[in-house]
Design a binder for this molecule. Structure first.
Ligand code: NAP
Length: 179
């Protein structure tokens, strides 16, 4: 079955953006050639899911450069948002289980990338709909920011792979323990 994977970059203190939604700590960091290939990861993806804050961030910072051109995207929001008509973007709200089912169906056997942010990934984790995390930890502390996974109860994970890159970043693949 298709897996929901939260593939994300975080700081050592567990943030995915500053409080002002800045990503300079990530953009200014060079991961290096030994990092796992983004293209190889993206090959496994058949649909993406994100929250409205992440969607708005992309639309404000790179409006002409939608990164998920070839796969359907689901944006979670309770607001009346709109998308450019040429993009395959569906706005959804409500139950994470129903949204996961829709996204899996759209992914046609491939995996679903939970792009983020933390609130959206946590919503799936809380509902038992998150199966895997691929976290690239960047060697920086921010002190405050947007949390990577603000769940409402403990979510146990099993470390499947861990690799320290020459740049000092750490890649971890974690499976969520299912009850
Ligand atoms: N470092 C990285 O790799 C990375 C990756 C992704 C994102 N980010 C950053 O993370 C930040 C955003 O993360 P975030 O955690 O603050 O927000 P988010 O998860 O992107 O968006 C949260 C919003 O999504 C909507 N939503 C979530 N669950 C919903 C549900 N079940 N039904 C209806 N609407 C729902 C709500 O907004 P409404 O008010 O619209 O209902 C909620 O406030 C941005 O700065 C982004 O750039 C970083």
């Amino acid at each position: 079955m298709s897996t929901l994977v939260y593939y994300v970059a975080a700081t050592l203190d567990g943030y995915i953006a500053t409080q002002q939604h800045k990503l300079d700590w990530l953009d200014n960091f060079t991961l290096g050639d030994d990092a796992t290939s983004y293209d190889d990861f993206y090959e496994t993806i058949g649909a993406v899911v994100m929250g409205s804050q992440t969607y708005n961030w992309i639309m404000s910072n790179a409006p002409d450069d939608w990164p998920y051109q070839d796969v359907p995207a689901f944006v979670m929001s309770s607001q009346n948002l709109s998308a450019p008509p040429h993009l395959d973007i569906t706005f959804v709200e409500g139950d994470a289980g129903d949204i996961a089912t829709k996204a899996r169906h759209a992914a046609k056997g491939k995996n679903v990338w939970l792009v983020g942010g933390g609130k959206t990934a946590a919503c799936f984790a809380n509902a038992g709909e998150l199966q895997q995390l691929f976290i690239t930890t960047i060697p920086v502390f921010l002190g405050s920011g947007v949390p990577v996974l603000p769940v409402d109860h403990a979510i146990e994970v099993v470390l499947r792979k861990q690799r320290t890159l020459q740049s000092g970043a750490i890649e971890c693949v974690l499976d969520v323990k299912m009850d």
